[in-house]
Design a protein around this ligand. Structure first.
Ligand SMILES: *[C@@H]1O[C@H](CO)[C@@H](O)[C@H](O)[C@H]1NC(C)=O
Ligand SMILES: *[C@@H]1O[C@H](CO)[C@@H](O)[C@H](O)[C@H]1NC(C)=O
Ligand SMILES: *[C@@H]1O[C@H](CO)[C@@H](O)[C@H](O)[C@H]1NC(C)=O
Ligand SMILES: [Zn+2]
Length: 534
């Protein structure tokens, strides 16, 4: 309680905690008078006006040469940083390069804000959010690929045709594009499942989980079963991530020594290989980095599962056996653009799935490191593609409760202290509104080893797992029709714009409006020709 009161005091709501006199309205920033020590990181050229004016003028020149691209996007790559809030971006810049550093997607020419609330919840989870940014429809929290008419665990409602919604992966397959999903989470977790699943509970990733909620698993198929047996999942050319346990029966040991989680006796990995091979295509199952990097670019289908559950955090990854998100991205693009993909293009969904997990544990360092890895993957995709024919969209599914605050010196470590509080105790730059390490006002945070990968940053209230935040997230875009990503958008607009750019789906597309233009010209033209002829 005392901790809460202290933090409220920082926000200026001091009347609750202290007598009115403690708050001095004429001195709102008393800390600005603190002498800056020698620890400020000096950037010499920043001392001159020429530097700043030159920078700004160059930015204008760059923008003036930038023309919107109005051709059809042959390829679309959607990147999703799970839980990558806007404060996470500012903090990650300092973590890896300094305040002035830019993440790969921060260099993209067009940005918008995305409103992520769901139909029944102010704050999104990854399931309702994925339904919005992949299928174009907002729905209820915890549900994937079904409308908001479906309530949690309602098996009958989820199976009604009118309640199911298809994703842009399906729309893209319908016009012959190659498709795929990549994640550092499990390939059946809520975000990637948004590309293929229709399910009334995101936790139904095995038949056993469906049965555990009292539903019939033969009728109400789990997410992993849907991935391997249903369209569009079974047509994905690329499936890369973690989560072997959801594919195997509970008497089967996976490549990493864990037992499967299924109880229906199915081996969905072997079934995937058999089904794809039966179609007369090359289908590769890989489970380590060497095999992934050794894949032929002529591979039709690849299923790569690199861990029993989530893939390890990058900071804990065996870099010789477990691929990075950047490496998976490179392979995914190589395979997606081959063969048929070369003709009709491709749609890829690529997720940095563990930024979110770092934040839930208040492991801010891991969240920042995962954001750096995500940025590297985006950079690889930018380098491998052309903005003339490939639309790249980078966004997030929801925010978190982390704040970046105080007036630390320029160049101060982001995991460091932001001065002292009015009781003389060290304050940190990074804090959470809720989380597993509630603030302890008697503790001096100055003595902690905050560089430890598993250091949990303090929070106002105690929750074993920190929550998502409701604030908007960013959208960053490059390529054909990227200029439609401006302003404050409802999150479910995202796949509609990607579909417009790549001419897929039932809505407006760049192609249909061209056809309409042609059609609107055709009638007057025909009339004119007839008139001349007669
Ligand atoms: C479960 O659903 C399947 C398929 O609809 C059906 O054949 C079976 O009888 C159902 N089982 C129970 C216990 O209701
Ligand atoms: C596997 O599932 C069956 C059926 O639910 C159960 O009886 C058995 O104890 C499970 N085995 C293990 C090793 O968990
Ligand atoms: C990687 O997987 C291949 C099979 O695809 C296997 O032959 C090889 O031994 C594995 N490498 C390691 C380091 O486990
Ligand atoms: Zn989360």
């Amino acid at each position: 309680m005392f901790a809460t009161v202290l933090l409220l005091t920082f926000c200026g709501i001091s009347a609750i905690a202290r007598p009115e006199a403690a708050f001095d309205e004429d001195h709102l920033h008393p800390e600005l008078n603190v002498e800056r020590t020698g620890s400020v990181r000096a950037v010499t050229e920043e001392l001159s006006a020429t530097f700043w004016n030159g920078n700004a003028q160059n930015t204008i020149l760059k923008k003036l040469t930038k023309k919107p691209i109005e051709d059809v996007a042959k390829n679309v790559i959607m990147f999703l940083g799970d839980g990558m809030s806007i404060p996470t971006l500012a903090a990650t810049r300092v973590y890896y390069g300094g305040e002035e550093a830019e993440l790969a997607f921060e260099k993209l020419p067009y940005t918008a804000l995305s409103k992520t609330y769901c139909v029944d919840s102010q704050t999104a989870d990854s399931a309702c959010s994925a339904t919005a940014y992949l299928a174009g429809v907002k729905n209820n929290i915890g549900m994937i690929g079904v409308t908001a008419s479906v309530k949690k665990n309602d098996c009958d409602a989820m199976l009604l045709e009118e309640n199911m919604v298809e994703s842009i992966a399906k729309w893209s397959q319908d016009v012959g594009k190659r498709t795929g999903i990549v994640t550092t989470s499990t390939v059946t977790d809520a975000s990637p499942a948004g590309a293929y699943a229709k399910i009334a509970n995101r936790d139904w990733q095995t038949d056993a989980a469906v049965e555990a909620s009292g539903a019939n698993a033969t009728k109400c198929r789990d997410v992993t079963y849907q991935l391997v047996n249903w369209a569009p999942g079974k047509h994905f050319n690329v499936i890369l991530g973690g989560g072997t346990r959801n594919f195997l029966n509970n008497d089967t040991v996976d490549k990493f020594g864990s037992l499967g989680k299924r109880t229906d006796g199915l081996d969905l990995i072997n079934q995937w290989i058999a089904d794809r091979t039966a179609e007369g295509r090359t289908a590769e199952y890989v489970w380590n980095r060497t095999s992934l990097l050794g894949l032929s670019e002529d591979t039709d289908y690849v299923l790569g599962l690199f861990s029993s559950s989530y893939m390890p955090y990058n900071l804990e990854r065996n870099i010789y056996t477990v691929p990075s998100l950047e490496e998976m991205t490179e392979t995914a693009i190589k395979i997606a653009r081959k063969g048929n993909g070369a003709l009709n293009g491709y749609f890829l969904f690529i997720e940095g799935g563990r930024i979110d997990h770092g934040h839930h544990a208040a492991w801010a360092k891991k969240a920042f490191d995962e954001t750096v890895e995500f940025s590297k993957a985006v950079q690889r995709a930018l380098d491998m593609t052309s903005e003339e024919d490939t639309l790249i969209v980078v966004t997030s599914d929801h925010a978190h409760t982390m704040s970046v605050a105080g007036y630390p010196d320029r160049g101060n470590p982001i995991l460091g202290a932001a001065g002292t509080d009015d009781n003389g105790k060290t304050r940190l730059t990074i804090n959470y509104a809720n989380g597993p390490a509630p603030v302890d006002s008697s503790h001096d945070y100055g003595i902690d080893n905050r560089d430890d990968d598993n250091y949990r940053f303090p929070s106002v209230s105690y929750l074993s797992s920190e929550t998502h935040g409701s604030d908007d997230v960013g959208i960053f875009a490059r390529g054909p029709w990227a200029h439609l990503f401006t302003g404050v958008l409802e999150e479910n607009t995202i796949p509609h714009i990607m579909a417009y750019a790549s001419c897929v789906g039932d809505g407006l597309t760049a192609c249909s409006s061209t056809i309409r233009n042609v059609a609107s010209l055709a009638l007057p033209l025909l009339t004119f020709v007839l008139f001349i002829y007669i």
